[in-house]
Ligand binder design. Sequence first.
Ligand SMILES: [Ca+2]
Ligand SMILES: [Ca+2]
Ligand SMILES: [Ca+2]
Ligand SMILES: [Ca+2]
Length: 251
Amino acid sequence: MKMISRTLICFALATILFTGPALAIPLGTNITIWDKDGSGTGWSGIQEDQEVTPGCVTGQQWDLEGFYLDGYTLTMVGGYNFKDGEVDPYRISNLYRSGDLFINVDTANDTDGYDYVVDLDFSTNTFKVLGIDGDTVLSSVYFSQNGAANPWQYVSGGDDLNISGTFSYYSGLGDSEVDNLLGGSHNAVVLDLGFLQSLSGFNGEFITHFTMQCGNDNLMGKGSAPVPEPATLLLLGSGLLGLAGFRRKTK
Ligand SMILES: [Ca+2]
Ligand SMILES: [Ca+2]
Ligand SMILES: [Ca+2]
Ligand SMILES: [Ca+2]
């Protein structure tokens, strides 16, 4: 009898776990900053939700809405179809695809622009990280008047850091699932930026940037994430020393 009830409880738990409501994305803090384009409110406003670059096609499907950070987990939300891109309503032969994620680690005195690019592959939900240097080739957005949204995409060259990973993609999210952003239907890219800790020049703060091929909307974020404290490293070091001492004693 006891065995049966235990089995039943296990079965019930498993059912809840596997058929329960979809787990909410842990968005964390909204780290979106102004893209420095636009004024007032409305579709060319200074906010990022329900906004595109002034003079561009408006509407939820062209809206990049926000960067969120939870620890090292970055979530990028938009009405834009990150996975398949969106078709130009005026030239239906033109499909405007997703760009890559650009990172600047000099948040105070930047002189060299973006330092790293996270090369996103939406066909496999994988990414690799490259350092941007003199021989890195980046491509510019299709419409030159949207040049303020550059860069768009990584092409070739740069410093291959041998860092790669996977990301999650969510589509058809409701407003309430994404911090009550407006528009009715949202898509989200979720990736772990833990690799930042190993990047040269990272001091705990970073700037992120994303746009699509046409540059219809520019999305910017500024986040801070914990860096290993020197004190922690010291403790770890002294712990190891202590261990070494102990070992010697027991010999
Ligand atoms: Ca929106
Ligand atoms: Ca926007
Ligand atoms: Ca920089
Ligand atoms: Ca924008």
